[in-house]
Design a protein around this ligand. Sequence first.
Ligand code: AMP
Length: 191
Amino acid sequence: MLNIVIFGAPGSGKGTQSDKLIDHYKLFHISTGDVLRDNIRRGTELGKTAKGYIDQGQLVPDELIINILAQVLDENKDKASEGVIFDGFPRTIPQAEALEQLLADRGTQIDAVVGLEVPEDELIKRILLRGQQSGRSDDNEETARKRLDTYHNQTSPLKAYYEKQGKYLAIDGLGSIDGIFDLIKKALDNR
Ligand code: AMP
């Protein structure tokens, strides 16, 4: 069983590297951003609430997102038996504390946090490129800059939080997709 958090700023390559990690380690993928976008597409109440925050580059409130995560974990107990990759969660210290508790209640824990480290100017470039390709409504320059501010203010303190626990693996997120994935595999396998 291997539970991983993939961590980094918007545009750092979390989704891309998650796909490769899922294949390689047979993990179950939980992306809170994907869950929210799916709710927006289906027009649910949750989707309507989430859209307001997402389009402003802000975080959805902790309580809401923690409840969603608990629900996704419980609905996918069988699929998650080999381990889970958490993508886009936690994004705040209270979310990290809640995740620890949720996993402890289920007899498991986070084993490693893969931190993709990418310079700011490259992040903006990648987000704008993704916006052109995927049409994600929050991948425009104004929202991208707000999301980066949100990341610096609310999410980046998690690096120190997980470093203190000895779980943070710093990965240079600049380079080819396969090259970065090799660095991740080495860091995970040499823990
Ligand atoms: P992502 O696809 O992970 O970049 O998420 C897109 C947007 O969904 C974020 O900018 C937030 O508005 C919202 N979101 C996703 N995950 C979380 C989370 N763990 N906590 C709060 N908001 C989230």
